[in-house]
Every structure is written in C-alpha cells, then in structure tokens.
Design a protein around this ligand. Structure first.
Ligand code: DX5
Ligand code: ZN
Length: 217
C-alpha cells in the first residue's frame, strides 16, 4: 500500500484546522517551508508548524526548501516535525551529515531531497543514515505544477539503490501527483506520495486518499 502525504500548501489557510481534519486518513501531513532564496516563493515556518502540531497526531513531514538548512533542522524538529527533509543542493557535505545526526539525536527521521536536475547518485554518501529520500517531480517552489515525466527513471534508480543497499529508507515523490502520475510513481518504486492540489481540490478527500492508498507496486 502506498503512503499518502497531503501537502497543506494547497489548503485554505483561513480554515486550516478543518482542512487538516478532512485529510486525517492520510499517513503523513506534508509541510512545505520556503524561504524566498532557495526557491523564489515564501510559505510558512515555525509558528504555523507549532499550531498544526497542537491540533493533530498525524506524523508531520517537514520539507525544507531553504538555504543553509542545517541551521534550522533541530528547531523544526522541536517545533513538531517528525520527519525533517532538506535539500542536498542547499548544504555542504559535512553539514548534511551533521544535520542528519542532529535529527537522529532528537529521535526524528531525517530525509534528503533532490531537485529534478540533480542526479540520484548524490545521495549515495548519506544513504546509510537516511530515513527518507524525496525525489522532486516538479521544480520546488510552487504547488499546482505539471509532473515531470522524465523523473520516472530517476525514481526507479533510487528504488534500485535503496533495495540493493538493503537500507530502511522510504522513497517519497513530490509534485504534480494526481491519480494517474501516482500510479506511474508507485510502479517505479515510490513508497510515499505527496499530493497537494489534487487532494485539497477533491470533493471527497477521504475517498481520494483511499484511492491512492490502494496503489501497490
Ligand atoms: C513544491 C512542494 C510540493 C507541492 C505539491 O515545491 O514541495 O509539496 O506543494 O503540490 P502539488 O500536488 O500541487 O504539486
Ligand atoms: Zn513538498
């Protein structure tokens, strides 16, 4: 069964509490942090995460699209993140190792994300200590973009790497996920589907999530 992580970036923030309640059958709640530097857009940060933490028991899957993420991972973990994923392109190698360690010391899961143009192999030096690898299937920065089909071989490649190394690491995909692209991603080896626009646009969000749940490799 595929796991589903609705991205609240696509929610109506004026009624965020209700929106989160509507997707409570999902596995994780995806929380997109953007700083206006690593990506052009600015979204939300600590105060919103702290408020969301208070109203839900769902595991919070924080996706940091920010520069120098190692400076902030612990703070996001303490503010309520259960999984904290940051971008390999945004940090130096020694700081990536340190950030992963910092998260583990706090009892949190650590994830590394790759932009569409970044080859999958860049995660190899970190793979033994990672809990999540997040393959971006759109250019990070905005919800509602079209899925990049060329990412499918990369997803398969990461799947092969995870399986051959026999590591306990989940493969997450993010961006442009709808029912059709979700199937392609799961067939290519994805474990977790992040979906924003399509989930929050759905009339019956529970039904939509359950449809995604039924996808199997
Ligand atoms: C893009 C974000 C995604 C995005 C997904 O930078 O990381 O999580 O919100 O939204 P949709 O499903 O609309 O592409
Ligand atoms: Zn995301």
């Amino acid at each position: 069964m595929a796991k589903v992580a609705p991205s609240i970036l696509a929610a109506d923030f004026a009624k965020l509490g209700c929106e989160i309640e509507c997707v409570s059958s999902a596995d994780y709640l995806h929380f997109d942090v953007m700083d206006g530097n690593f990506v052009p857009n600015i979204s939300f940060g600590f105060p919103v995460l702290e408020s969301v933490r208070k109203i839900t028991d769902m595991p919070l899957d924080v996706h940091l699209m920010i520069d120098s993420p190692s400076r902030y991972v612990s703070e996001f973990a303490k503010a309520g993140g259960d999984i904290v994923t940051f971008h390999v392109e945004a940090e130096s190698s020694d700081k990536i190792h340190k950030a992963i360690n910092d998260l583990h010391k706090l009892g949190k899961r650590a994830g590394l994300s790759v932009k569409p143009a970044t080859p999958a192999e860049v995660i190899l030096p970190y793979i033994d200590s990672l809990d999540i690898i997040l393959v971006m299937t759109v250019e990070p920065g905005y919800g509602g973009q079209k899925f990049i089909n060329e990412m499918l071989p990369k997803i398969s490649n990461v799947r092969r790497i995870i399986d051959s190394r026999k590591v306990m690491c989940e493969l997450e995909v993010d961006g442009g996920i709808n029912f059709e692209t979700a199937k392609l991603c799961v067939n290519a080896g994805a474990d977790i589907l992040v979906a924003g626009s399509d989930v929050f646009r759905a009339k019956n969000k529970d039904e939509y999530i359950s449809k995604l749940h039924q996808l199997v490799r």
